[in-house]
Design a protein around this ligand. Structure first.
Ligand code: ATP
Length: 447
């Protein structure tokens, strides 16, 4: 059996809560799939480690994780430690030397989630933001002199290299090409920044002819914020610099419903180093320890990890499970206006029997309507009310209408067997309801 070695670095704040939920989901998924397993090594690096050792990770930290297949990261940030120390000491200390230059951030309004944008349902907002992740404004070039004196000076130089820009442009064009709309927006600020950003634009134009099937346009970053809010349906794939995409992707996450949902992949596309997967959100100390952190961003990041590992079908199944859960408001955490706990959302994603009632009833109703068989509707409705597993109710209807596989195509053999077992209980229940309904009708007709 294939074994994937994963380095889990929960980091700080809610990072510990969401990463442990992510690890739980991965373990359950591997068990269900049966064709691969995970070997997870946990690393306690972060703010607390810094308080003990004076550094966010040990000096040989990178060599400890270099051999892993992927990294699952939580967040870096501690209220008692300046942000630039936590960020540069951990996240960037991994991203940059491991050359994870493509930071990929999909944004979608998942089922059951309401976008703050009035006109957006689902398909109007389906973006992927590609963030240049190795240079630009976060290259670390700069310095500070004469500290504390009136002559104090500081610089942060945004450094762009031709090689760095070319590779991120090619990556973004390729990604745009792989998506149905084949549409790319290159975000820039070349009106005000007349050196590096002009080179950025020129390189985009040079690379574009290699991708004749991709339609692309150019947009100033300030205008892009407006377009994201006013005309979200005109956007598909976006490429932007380290700083620009950092800001735009937080806006994107908020427009898709919550920062707690959005995922990230820090990719080293050449696979010379492990890639790192993390939710977009940070440590969120305001909700730490309350058990209410939304783990969906981490789960979605593990979907991206599965794709990167070559386990695309498993990733798709997990994404389906995530969407089933977001569709049910019972599993919305407070950031989405609900009351659910991290643990409840995690359990719902892991256990297919927690499939939302609405899903089961909807499927059941559809099949029942297809049959024109009203008692089936009663069974499904009643099944929902008395708490019979809704996927069982749906499966029962599917069993009548169509092969069970059709409705349960995203579940495994083991699930199907369980459903079929419960299916007979569902059928029995259905027969009793139908018999009662017939007797009731006969009695009323006689009287
Ligand atoms: P950092 O400084 O580490 O980047 P932060 O604490 O400034 O992080 P974020 O984590 O980026 O802020 O999030 C901002 C706010 O959004 C948080 O204070 C929190 O209330 C909310 N939030 C973020 N992530 C989640 C989540 N997964 N679940 C619920 N709420 C979240």
């Amino acid at each position: 059996m294939k074994t994937y070695k994963i380095a889990a670095i929960p980091g700080d704040g809610i990072g510990t809560e969401v990463v442990s939920a992510g690890v739980e989901v991965l373990a359950a998924l591997a068990k269900r799939e049966g064709s691969f397993q995970f070997e997870i090594d946990h690393f306690d690096w972060g703010g607390e480690y810094y308080k003990k050792h004076g550094c966010m990770m040990p000096e040989n930290g990178r060599s400890l994780i270099h051999g892993h297949d992927a990294i699952l990261f939580g967040s870096a940030g501690h209220p008692e430690i300046p942000d630039h120390i936590t960020l540069w000491g951990l996240r960037l200390a991994i991203c940059q030397p491991f050359d994870q230059y493509a930071n990929v951030r999909p944004t979608r309004v998942l089922p059951g989630i309401i976008s703050p944008l009035r006109s957006v349902q689902h398909k109007e907002l389906d973006w992927v933001i590609v963030r240049e992740n190795s240079e630009g404004e976060y290259a670390g070039v700069g310095g500070r002199v004469h500290q504390g004196s009136a002559l104090e000076a500081a610089t942060d130089v945004a450094m762009f290299t031709r090689a760095g820009v070319e590779r991120i442009m090619r990556f973004a064009f390729n990604l745009a090409r792989s998506r149905p709309r084949k549409l790319l927006t290159v975000v820039t600020k070349s009106n005000a920044q007349r050196h590096a950003m002009v080179m950025w634009d020129e390189i985009a134009a040079e690379v574009a002819p290699e991708f004749n099937d991709v339609t692309w346009d150019k947009m100033l970053v300030d205008a892009m914020t407006m377009r994201m809010v006013m005309r979200p349906q005109t956007i598909d794939t976006v490429v932007a610099t380290n700083l620009h995409a950092d800001i735009l992707s937080d806006l994107a996450a908020a427009l898709a419903g919550s920062l707690g949902i959005a995922p990230t992949a820090n990719l080293n596309p050449e696979r010379n180093f492990p890639s790192m997967f993390e939710p977009i959100h940070g440590s969120a100390f305001d909700i730490m320890g309350k058990g209410i952190a939304n783990p969906i961003g981490t789960f979605w990041s593990t979907v991206m990890m599965l794709e990167h590992l070559g386990e695309k079908p498993a990733g798709e199944r997990l994404m389906k499970a995530i969407e089933r859960v977001t569709a049910d408001k019972r599993f919305h955490t407070p950031d989405l206006g609900g009351k659910a706990k991290t643990a409840e959302v995690t359990a719902a994603v892991i256990d297919p029997s927690m499939a939302p009632i609405s899903d089961g009833v909807r499927n059941g109703l559809l099949h029942a309507l297809y049959l024109g068989n009203y008692p089936v509707v009663i069974v499904v409705g009643a099944g929902g009310f008395v708490g019979v597993r809704t996927d069982v109710a749906a499966a029962w209807c599917a069993f009548v209408a169509d092969p069970v596989d059709r409705i349960l195509r995203h579940q495994t053999d083991q699930d199907r067997q369980t459903v079929l077992k419960f299916d007979s209980i569902g059928s029995l229940f259905g027969i009793i309801v139908v018999l009662h309904a017939i007797r009731f009708c006969q009695k009323n007709t006689r009287s």
